[in-house]
Design a binder for this molecule. Structure first.
Ligand SMILES: [Ca+2]
Ligand SMILES: [Ca+2]
Ligand SMILES: [Ca+2]
Length: 150
């Protein structure tokens, strides 16, 4: 999985990649000329699959959400300089695979939508807008959802 948000807000896209075996996320900052600088790596739970970027704590800096097959959803809060800090994690079950950020309940704060492959469930955590999440709600899906878009 690879996404390309502008994490350090310099106007060019950066690469965020999940490392399946070790359980990590690599961030390579774009140089603005099509090349990338040295990547930095952040450990996560094993088998990160889904990635999404959005501002979850209201500081106007993009944060990265990682759905790990080992039943956690991890939030890496961006520091605005291309790094991430103060990671937090939400426990889940049923092999989270795909993640999206959208304001599902239209309260102005991004919510976390996670498709679970083994469980046939879309689990939605309502975002508080300050980096916290409320109690999740589950929605039944078809068999083995791998990805969804908003
Ligand atoms: Ca950038
Ligand atoms: Ca943020
Ligand atoms: Ca919301």
């Amino acid at each position: 999985m690879l996404i390309a948000p502008d994490l350090d807000e310099n106007g060019d896209r950066d690469a965020v990649m999940g490392g399946n075996l070790v359980g990590d996320v690599s961030i390579a900052l774009g140089n603005g000329d099509g090349s990338f600088g040295t990547s930095t790596t952040h450990l996560t739970s094993v088998a990160p699959k889904g990635l999404a970027a959005g501002d979850l704590d209201g500081d106007s800096v993009l944060d990265v959400v990682v759905a790990c097959k080992s039943n956690t959803v991890e939030i890496l809060f961006g520091d605005g300089a291309g790094g991430v800090a103060n990671a937090t994690s939400l426990a889940s079950v049923g092999r989270p695979e795909a993640v999206a950020l959208a304001d599902h309940d239209l309260d102005g704060a991004l919510d976390l939508l996670v498709a679970h492959f083994n469980w046939n469930v879309l689990r939605v955590w309502p975002g508080g807008g300050d980096g916290t999440f409320g109690a999740s709600t589950d929605y039944a899906t078809g068999g083995q959802p791998l990805a969804h878009s908003t």
